[in-house]
Design a protein around this ligand. Structure first.
Ligand SMILES: [Zn+2]
Length: 694
């Protein structure tokens, strides 16, 4: 489980709801070809027929968007994240492929075997459902709902997916020096609770399609169509009840809504029909007396369900979860059906992800810090780290300057903000010490067994933290990842080696473009420490108010301005009887605040650097001033195409706005943009009134 809330700059849109993505089952795919390098700055992307003051995204990205349709195995294609991500994955694949054929070290043997097992579709085809038979047998043997905890605990113990709820160890939100046990809501298969609850026609249709999908999967598993349909009804019934009991994504963004400390005895009182003691023993967690019950109402409702749903329905639900979660390692008919619903229907993906891509990502998820060691040796020069250190220092200084001159904040709160800023720790490239994978046994001829052993290994790693000091050196992303994050409980910013390349960062290009790229990313992550969510934590990572009451009031007035502004942006157009989808201004507030702050402070940092180098922001390259190149470099990070299905899904589940609004929303809130492009006050990108938090 991922109890810690990380704030990445980008959410990878996939065609499936869970980590187990669909994959092609053919084993004779041609050898992958090297994808091109992403370009740092692209004059050919610019649509000169567009007016930058009316729609800057169209101006900066218009021609790129036209010339770069979504590849058939993707649901979103972004100029930066996707192009670079595909390249990093290809380089990682080269390493895995070589290790699978001719490993040079024990670690290479381990990840090579893991990858090879995942790729062995002939074996997967031959084994059929055999690898998940022990779990299915255990589920079939369930006698009554009193034994549900024993069953769920037993499944978890063996690494079979244990649905219903999440359990793990997290940093205590109010005492960030401690690590505590935590349980939270889970148990759904569709991307969000709204899919089960909304009475909009679109969701009714999706639910019908989902019911058909579950029915087909049960039929493939050997049930008669009548039995399968009945089981699908039970799955829908239980998942819908769990969805209704779940707290919404937007509400979960408020840390107080997910922090409820219970004694173990009191927790048992809200869910007396599910014996958590048995479950805790099965997953072999050290004894503890208190825990965080992030969403108590969910567990009350889950307990009701245990009492009210017949045992046969529970068996159907658990059986479904087992088959569904194993889809990537089941025979081709299961893949294809899984892809048809989660890839094609839900996200608009045309073709399944090639197997080699899927297995590369799967190995990166399981053994990321093993593969990553070799990856950074090859692809992350020490020079890149030194440049990043300088950039981060420049951004820290400009955020400090920005805080000092903020028009709405009292001196008292400014002092507290500066203290928090000074305490942010920076992690760049890759971990100082690598994780130890000795305890993970990998077998070349057992793909599902590897998944199960990996699940147990990852859980033990997490549960072993209980009661121990927080490891400040730990990373939440693997080195080749094209992303970055802020962690509010650790008050640190993290930039994996994978993102420190073009188009984000290019040692050979003018500083304006680099500040518009990686500079804004750094500024974005730092600003997360001060957005509506991050600002509730102090420099030590404790959930504690450090703003005065008046300043908090003014802060909320400012964030409300952004909620309203972004809530008016369209995420997908209306057509036929399907209404347009708009952004959820509350769900995306933290990311929008971070985008706005990032753009402003990277700009300030650029001014400093240019001044030091004796250059002017008005110097021209390729017909654009440095100032204009800064905004173009920023905007071109966000050029993207996305299927309509995926855009609608993102509008519900992704806290990030789509590329168009990350660009236009940010520049229209920053007057320097309108000035740089000679816009008239009152034009869309240079409005009379705009929002500003930081
Ligand atoms: Zn972010």
């Amino acid at each position: 489980m991922k109890p810690v809330y990380l704030f990445p700059i980008f959410l990878i849109a996939t065609g499936v709801a869970v980590a187990q993505s669909p994959a092609a089952a053919s084993s004779d795919e041609s050898k992958p070809a090297a994808p091109p390098m992403a370009r740092s700055f692209d004059l050919t992307a610019i649509d000169k027929t567009a007016d930058p003051c009316a729609n800057f995204y169209q101006y900066a990205c218009g021609n790129w968007v036209k010339a770069n349709p979504i590849p058939s195995d993707q649901v979103r294609w972004a100029r930066s994240f996707s192009v670079l991500g595909e390249r990093n994955r290809y380089l990682l694949w080269q390493e895995l492929d070589a290790a699978a054929k001719d490993p040079k070290t024990p670690l290479q043997k381990k990840y090579g075997d893991f990858y090879a097992a995942c790729m062995n579709t002939d074996l997967i085809q031959k084994e059929g459902l055999e690898p998940i038979k022990p779990a299915l047998d255990r589920i079939a043997a369930l006698q009554d709902t009193k034994s549900l905890a024993t069953l769920v605990g037993g499944l978890a113990e063996h690494g079979d997916p244990a649905p219903l709820f999440r359990f793990g160890v997290q940093i205590d939100e109010k005492d960030a020096s401690k690590q505590i046990a935590s349980v939270g809501q889970a148990g759904l298969s569709l991307p969000d609770r709204d899919y089960y609850i909304s009475d909009a026609k679109r969701f009714e249709t999706i639910r019908q399609q989902y019911r058909q999908h579950v029915t087909k999967m049960f039929t493939l598993a050997g049930d008669t169509p009548e039995q399968a349909a009945k089981e699908a009804d039970a799955v829908l019934k239980i998942e819908t009840a769990l969805a209704k009991a779940s707290t919404s994504r937007t509400a979960m963004r408020d840390p107080e809504n997910r922090y409820h400390i219970y004694t173990l005895a009191d927790f048992q009182k809200i869910a007396p029909d599910f014996d958590f003691d048995i479950y805790f023993k099965d997953v072999q967690v050290r004894p503890f007396e208190t825990l965080n019950v992030s969403t108590p109402d969910f567990f009350k409702e889950m307990n009701e369900l245990v009492g009210s749903e017949p045992v046969e329905n529970w068996k159907s639900y658990l059986r479904w979860q087992t088959i569904h979660a194993s889809a990537i390692s089941l025979p081709k008919a299961f893949y294809d059906e899984n892809f048809a619903f989660f890839g094609k229907t839900l996200a608009g993906q045309k073709e399944p992800t090639p197997r080699w891509k899927e297995c590369t990502s799967e190995t990166d998820r399981a053994l990321g810090e093993a593969v990553g060691q070799d990856w950074v040796r090859e692809h992350f020069p020490p020079k890149a780290k030194a440049s990043m250190d300088q950039l981060v220092a420049a951004l820290e200084k400009s955020l400090g300057d920005d805080i000092k001159t903020l028009p709405w904040m009292s001196d008292e709160t400014k002092k507290a903000a500066e203290e928090k800023l000074a305490m942010i720790r920076n992690k760049i490239g890759y971990p100082e010490k690598w994780r130890n994978y000795t305890a993970l046994a990998v077998k070349r001829d057992d793909p599902i067994g590897n998944m199960h052993r990996n699940a147990v290994f990852q859980r033990n790693y997490n549960l072993n933290k209980l009661g121990k000091p927080v490891d400040e050196k730990e990373w939440g992303m693997t080195p080749p990842t094209v992303n970055a994050y802020y962690n509010s409980s650790m008050n640190d910013i993290n930039f994996p080696a994978g993102i420190l390349q073009p188009p984000f960062f290019d040692p050979d290009i003018d500083p304006a473009v680099n500040f518009g790229g990686i500079g804004v990313v750094i500024g974005h992550e730092m600003t997360h420490g001060f957005d509506d969510e991050g600002s509730k934590y102090d420099g030590k990572g404790n959930l504690r108010e450090w703003q005065t009451a008046d300043d908090r009031k003014r802060f909320v007035e400012r964030t409300d301005c952004e909620v309203k502004e972004y809530g008016g942006f369209e995420a997908a157009p209306a057509h036929g009887d399907v209404p347009a989808a708009t952004l959820n201004g509350k769900l995306t507030l933290g990311e929008n605040t971070a985008d706005n702050g990032g753009l402003r402070i990277a700009y300030l940092a650029l001014l400093d650097v240019l001044a030091k180098e004796g250059k002017s922001i008005d110097d021209k390259i390729d017909g654009y001033t440095e100032e204009q190149r800064y905004f173009l470099g920023f905007a071109q990070v966000w050029c993207q195409n996305q299927t309509e299905e995926s855009a609608r899904q993102s509008a519900l589940v992704d806290p990030h706005s789509p590329g168009r609004w990350r660009v236009n929303g940010s520049v229209q809130n920053f007057d320097q943009f309108g000035k740089a492009f000679g816009c008239r006050k009152g034009q869309p990108m240079f409005p009379e009134n705009s929002c500003r938090v930081w």
